[in-house]
Ligand binder design. Structure first.
Ligand code: COI
Length: 356
């Protein structure tokens, strides 16, 4: 076919019960792997049984974190087809991250071919329960056995698959968010706009502190003024203030350009809502709440989809959004977006790509 070798597993696993799916703890039977070396470029593409691989303790990724990843999903839609949502956007973003982390770029069309082949092989792993999907995790790691600090000369690219339910234990119930002005996730000029593993490592300490206080995630503020809203742990963030939908702009390069974020902006604009991508301070958010104009707050992400925010805590000033209940706009947007993904709504933007 496309030069991708396929070795079928001899020990297929039992599929999980779709009613008990959580996020990211079960993996399908096969994975895609490809290697990079300076003389051969990206080579030896293969789909093989999912499982451990050999790694030297000196491998560069373990020491200097040269690693990037992506996250997208395959859905079993109402028509019984397996589809993905805006997959090329993820593949293009993977290459954007690769460039920033000095990782050799991939041939985007080839990655799409590889992903389609993997999904066709693993189609029975796409669950059909409400809100379930097959999470797709492409990632690249630096594999040189070397302790000097420089870009690796060798890499491995994997795609692994995980049948999932809701990302948060809360499901579609509102999450409580802790606003931190003590820690920062990314500064201008840093890695913020990439899906570098390092961004997630940088988020852990503050997230653990927030968890101890009873909050699900952290809302990050800008690294310079500790004032402007950036994003939430694993999501972009939106505020509906009166009739206007506001989300932080990507201009400074410290925020991830989410594909769900872009989809919400496009959908809301097409429905006639005014959408503003701009600087928004946490002060403005709290003032809008005081004035009774903060109608809705929600996060967006592939894993989280649309996640309503019920509470914000900023230096122990606590506001409840919609009395802690899911807002109408969040609900409408969740239904619209998942409606397109699961084939209940017309896909007027050509976002859905059928696999089989
Ligand atoms: C996604 O939404 O796909 C993400 O990458 C979040 C992930 C870190 C759980």
């Amino acid at each position: 076919m496309n030069g991708i070798q396929f070795i079928r597993t001899k020990a297929p696993k039992q599929k999980p019960d779709k009613g008990s799916l959580q996020f990211g703890n079960i993996f399908s039977d096969h994975m895609f792997v490809m290697d990079y070396s300076m003389d051969k470029g990206w080579h030896d593409p293969r789909i093989i049984p999912y499982g451990p691989f050999e790694a030297e303790p000196s491998m560069m990724v373990f020491h200097y974190g040269q690693a990037i990843f992506e996250g997208l999903k395959a859905y079993r839609n109402m028509q019984g087809e397996i589809v993905t949502f805006r997959p090329m956007d993820n593949i293009v973003r993977l290459n954007r991250s690769a460039e920033r982390l000095c990782i050799p770029k991939l041939d985007e069309e080839f990655v799409w071919e590889a992903l389609k082949m993997l999904l066709e092989i693993e189609k029975d792993w796409v669950p059909d329960g409400e809100g379930t999907s097959l999470y797709i995790r492409p990632f690249i790691i630096a594999t040189d056995p070397y302790l000097g600090v420089r870009p690796s000369h060798t890499y491995k690219f994997f795609i692994i698959l995980s049948p999932v339910g809701a990302y948060y234990a809360e499901g579609f119930e509102p999450v409580k968010i802790y606003v931190t002005d003590k820690y920062v996730r990314a500064a201008r000029g840093g890695l913020g706009y990439t899906k570098a593993a390092a961004n997630y490592a940088a988020s852990l300490y503050a997230a653990e502190e927030a968890k101890k206080k009873g909050y699900t995630q952290v809302l990050w503020l800008d690294a310079c003024h500790h004032s402007y809203v950036e994003e939430v742990g694993t999501m972009n963030i939106f505020f509906k203030i009166g009739e206007v939908l506001v989300t932080p702009s990507l201009e400074g390069g410290s925020i991830l350009g989410g594909i769900t974020r872009d989809s919400v902006i496009t959908l809301a604009s097409s429905m006639g809502y005014k959408v503003e991508e701009r600087l928004i301070s946490i002060q403005e958010v709290f003032e809008a709440h005081e004035q009774g104009r903060l109608e809705d707050v929600f996060g967006t992400g592939t894993a989280a989809v649309i996640s309503p925010v019920g509470e914000l805590n900023w230096n122990d000033r606590i506001i409840k959004i919609n009395g802690g209940k899911t807002g109408n706009f969040s609900k409408m947007m969740y239904e619209k977006l998942t409606g397109i993904q699961y084939g209940k709504e017309e896909d007027t933007f050509g976002w859905v790509k059928k696999i089989c």
